[in-house]
Ligand binder design. Structure first.
Ligand SMILES: C[S@@+](CC[C@H](N)C(=O)[O-])C[C@H]1O[C@@H](n2cnc3c(N)ncnc32)[C@H](O)[C@@H]1O
Length: 248
């Protein structure tokens, strides 16, 4: 298997989720981060649980095509696993993670993986888009935008979400999350996330959704979004929402 010389947050998450698709450099970075912050596995299990509940809610509304941005590693309860009847295109900008994802999905005819810069939907190969998200722009789709907002500044994030809103058909959904200010109390861990990392209070995130309308569940800590289990005693590191483009 190809090695990576730089860690990736996506493959660190795979490590924390108990997956098998990460490299020694990712494990070293994950352990260093936990040394500065504390255990991360339960937090990322919460985030992946939110993905599962949000994707199942989208599928239950009759949507059967998903476009995933900043997708990371397509395993451990990812979109095609929780919505097996749907077709799914995973995208990312990290070439090592893309090749890893392509290898994992090599046998699938319902899920694919390609390059996609979330800030410009035009960077996605149109053939892949139309194969795995048929009717893009004409039929309602689920857009999954998780673990990504923290890497985009406010103007870029607002512009990106607005561009996606304009691109999708009415009746489409957006599953989105963002990092709370949890790391502010852990400066060493915060420094490890790099200068572009952004934390946001919920009130600062809401306006960035622009024309997307959150469901009545609101913008809440991910473990409180349509919970299926009693809340765990964990910090609210990630907030999430499901938002819609109203049917015309
Ligand atoms: C924290 S990981 C999240 C992975 C996955 N969504 C999850 O929740 O497990 C962030 C991912 O976003 C990718 N990424 C960063 N900037 C991006 C951009 N502009 N467009 C698409 N992906 C991006 C990174 O390469 C990385 O795989």
């Amino acid at each position: 298997m190809e090695e990576a010389d730089q860690p990736s947050t996506a493959r660190m998450i795979d490590f924390w989720l108990g997956g098998e698709h990460h490299f020694p450099v990712d494990v070293a970075a994950a352990r260093a981060f936990e040394g500065a912050y504390g255990p991360c596995a339960p937090l990322f299990r919460q985030m992946r649980g939110f993905l599962g509940r949000a994707v199942r809610a989208i599928a239950a509304a009759g949507v059967d095509g998903f476009l995933v941005f900043g997708a990371g590693v397509p395993t451990r309860g990812n979109v095609h696993e929780v919505a097996p009847e749907a077709t799914v295109l995973y995208t990312d900008v990290d070439p090592v993670t893309i090749r890893l994802g392509q290898r994992i999905l090599a046998g699938s005819d319902r899920a694919g993986y390609g390059f996609g810069d979330a800030t410009d939907v035009g960077t996605i190969d149109p053939a892949l888009l139309h194969r795995f998200v048929p009717g893009w722009g004409r039929r309602p789709v689920g857009v999954v935008f998780l673990g990504l907002a923290a890497f985009l500044d406010d103007a870029t994030l607002a512009g990106t979400l607005d561009e996606l809103y304009a691109a999708v058909a009415p009746g489409s959904f957006l599953a989105v999350d963002f990092d709370s200010e949890e790391l502010a109390a852990h400066p060493q861990a915060l420094a490890m996330m790099g200068p572009a990392f952004r934390m946001r209070p919920p009130a600062a995130f809401a306006p960035l959704l622009g024309r997307w309308t959150p469901t009545d569940d609101g913008i809440v800590p991910v473990q409180h979004w349509r919970p299926e289990e009693p809340p765990a005693d964990l910090p609210d590191a990630f907030y999430g929402a499901l938002a819609t483009k109203s049917a015309a």
